[in-house]
Ligand binder design. Structure first.
Ligand code: UVW
Length: 321
């Protein structure tokens, strides 16, 4: 291996904690096992005003959509509309009824979405030690369906890293750590509890629609985000974080500056610990509201679509404050 080449993950993470087997040999939802009735009630206890927010982006937005380079924007195609009846091609329905239908073709990871736990792997193994062969042609295990069946309901906390750094949007490649998350919460007068759903606002996705879409393409594409350290992985493990939610495309800095590794938290948190990842949300309106009323904790609810054997699925989470 050349000196400047990043290490192999199998070697790099050999001492990193794993939750494999913790919830049995057939588990498909990982850290969502931490979310039960008590956690739902803890979320509901944060509701004060009844204000609600939806966090998903518009799929098929004509202004474009921020996504990982190489993925394609969604295509919605109208398959039947008033034109069919106007042209005499619609099936006559008593009472003069018409209706419209659409088809959607999309890369599932090209908009607001939950990743299935088997979405990323190394060394031939995905979450819980299943073989990466189980992803071939569709996830025969650890697809998005078990996550969708379980749903995600709990106490959410917004950590406004952009505001914490005195910025509208974090810079390309700018990193932060779990210690920054804790300090950010404290600066907001809030505290991260065990089993909280963490929502981190960087301003990144909103900046796409604010005249900065050029930074989302090209070979120098690099997002800001959380960055790997053994201490950070241990913190997520100890805090029993079920779900990691951001307004970036990949939930972590694209290339870890310390090692040159690409997306190491997909391996250390998703594959090894079973932390569920939620990506490409628009958290800026919620962040603005939190800044104005000083309330950074709330009920968070989400359920991705139940798509057979899928590696992820679109979602539009709802937050109630
Ligand atoms: C990749 O796996 C590249 O991205 P994501 O998890 O963001 O869909």
């Amino acid at each position: 291996m050349a000196d400047n080449e990043p290490p192999m993950f199998a070697e790099f993470l050999k001492d990193s904690p794993k939750n494999w087997g913790r919830w049995g040999p057939n588990d498909e939802i990982g850290c969502l096992n931490y979310l039960g009735q008590a956690e739902a009630l803890a979320g509901a206890a944060e509701i004060r005003s009844g204000k609600s927010f939806t966090l998903g982006l518009v799929i098929g937005n004509p202004q474009g959509e921020p996504m990982w380079p190489g993925r394609r924007p969604a295509r919605r195609v109208n398959s039947i509309d008033h034109g069919h009846w106007a042209a005499g091609k619609g099936i006559p329905i008593p009472g003069g009824v018409g209706y419209s239908d659409d088809m959607l073709v999309m890369d599932i990871q090209s908009s607001s979405q939950y990743d299935a736990l088997a979405h990323a792997w190394h060394d031939g193994q995905v979450w819980n030690g299943y073989s990466a062969d189980t992803t071939v042609g569709g996830h025969s295990i650890a697809s998005i369906v078990p996550i969708a069946e379980h749903g995600v309901v709990g106490r959410g906390i917004l950590l406004d890293m952009a505001k914490f750094r005195g910025k509208r949007v974090l810079d390309p490649g700018e990193t932060f750590t779990h210690e920054d998350l804790v300090a950010c919460a404290a600066s907001q007068g809030a505290e991260i509890h065990k089993r909280d759903i963490l929502l981190v606002h960087t301003g990144w996705v909103a900046s796409y629609y604010d005249g900065e879409s050029a930074k989302f393409s090209g070979s120098d594409f690099i997002e800001p985000g959380l960055t790997y350290s053994p201490e950070l992985v241990q913190w997520f493990h100890d805090m029993e974080i079920p779900n990691w939610v951001t307004d970036t495309i990949a939930n972590e800095v694209t290339v870890d500056p310390g090692t040159g590794l690409s997306l190491p938290l997909h391996q250390a948190l998703m594959r090894n610990l079973g932390v569920v990842f939620t990506e490409i949300l628009n958290l800026t309106p919620l962040a603005n509201d939190c800044a104005s009323d000083g309330q950074y904790t709330f009920l968070y609810t989400a359920a991705p679509l139940k798509i057979h054997e899928a590696t992820g699925a679109p979602v539009n989470p709802v937050v109630v404050k």
